[in-house]
Write a protein that binds this ligand. Sequence first.
Ligand SMILES: Cc1cc2nc3c(=O)[nH]c(=O)nc-3n(C[C@H](O)[C@H](O)[C@H](O)COP(=O)(O)O)c2cc1C
Length: 345
Amino acid sequence: MNLTEIRKIEHLDICLREAVETGDPLFEDVRLVHQSLPETDLEKVDTSCEFLGKKLDLPLMIAAITGGCEEAGRINEALAQVAEKKGLAFGVGSQRAMIEKPELTQTFSVRSVAPSVLLLGNIGITALKEVSPERVAQAVEAIEADGLCVHINPAQEIFQNEGDDDFSGCVDALARLCAAVRFPVVAKEVGNGISREAAELLKGTGVRAIDVGGLGGTSWTLIDSLRSGKDSSRYREWGIPTAAAILEAKGASLPVIATGGLRNGLDMAKAIALGADLCGIALPFLRVLAKDGIPGVEKYVDGLERDFRHAMFLTGCKNVEKLKNKSVILGAGLKEWVDQRNLDG
Ligand SMILES: Cc1cc2nc3c(=O)[nH]c(=O)nc-3n(C[C@H](O)[C@H](O)[C@H](O)COP(=O)(O)O)c2cc1C
């Protein structure tokens, strides 16, 4: 087993055993406006959407979790099956392990169980300085993915013993990748949020969408400090809360994915109303699968769908497009962020 495989196993283990969520995504600071006359039938509310050219039944992605060890392969296969059945998008974890060791490819390969899902591969931005666009494209093609998420995680790298905290040249490396490949590339933070400035830089690289990966959900500074013993106590709540990050990132006028601490269908509806096009959830899927298996995950998705549908109905939105950028009332914390950063609320 190489270092990357060991790291994958430790990450899964810590995420299942420890309290690893920190910060506040600020969804409590978003209120949707109730409409007493929705003029639609609850059952006819259309929760489907399109993202990167594929139709989804719900604006939800099972965000990148894993790959690169046997257990990871089982997790990917089980969650991808649910994504296929429920019409969700699916992201595999970092494919670096399979680039280093091609026999691990099968732990990322889910196409046979998820033939029609929007499937996204994954690689870290610093790896793009060493791995050529051709090798990256091969990894994406090897799992028959529709596109690639490039994760951007400077805060996490600081607290990893084996972390790569040289982020110089990353923007150019990302631009080279985007210019060289035919599939869409999505830039993705992993828990510290994308600012407006970062979103504008990303737009210049040619990425096709931005996953804001905001503060308020799974904390990678915490998880990796538990592995390394490095003191991350002052950086556990570092970052841009997810609700604020949506407003920051949407200024770049690219499709936005809202990930980081979304835990129910109402959070999803708030994220879409703030301007996101798709929602992403990771940790709860891993935990529900470990506890209640595939039936539990299906039930969890049904609950997300039901809550999301209720929010659409009660705001008078017949389809997801109508919910997008719906007017919302901002609580003090988020309002202060919007005002001080001169964002459109
Ligand atoms: C066990 C685990 C492993 C993860 N591995 C990756 C990864 O390899 N690449 C990546 O881009 N994000 C990875 N993530 C981050 C998630 O995709 C997501 O951005 C983050 O966990 C925030 O969402 P959450 O609060 O719903 O968990 C991982 C998350 C978990 C829980």
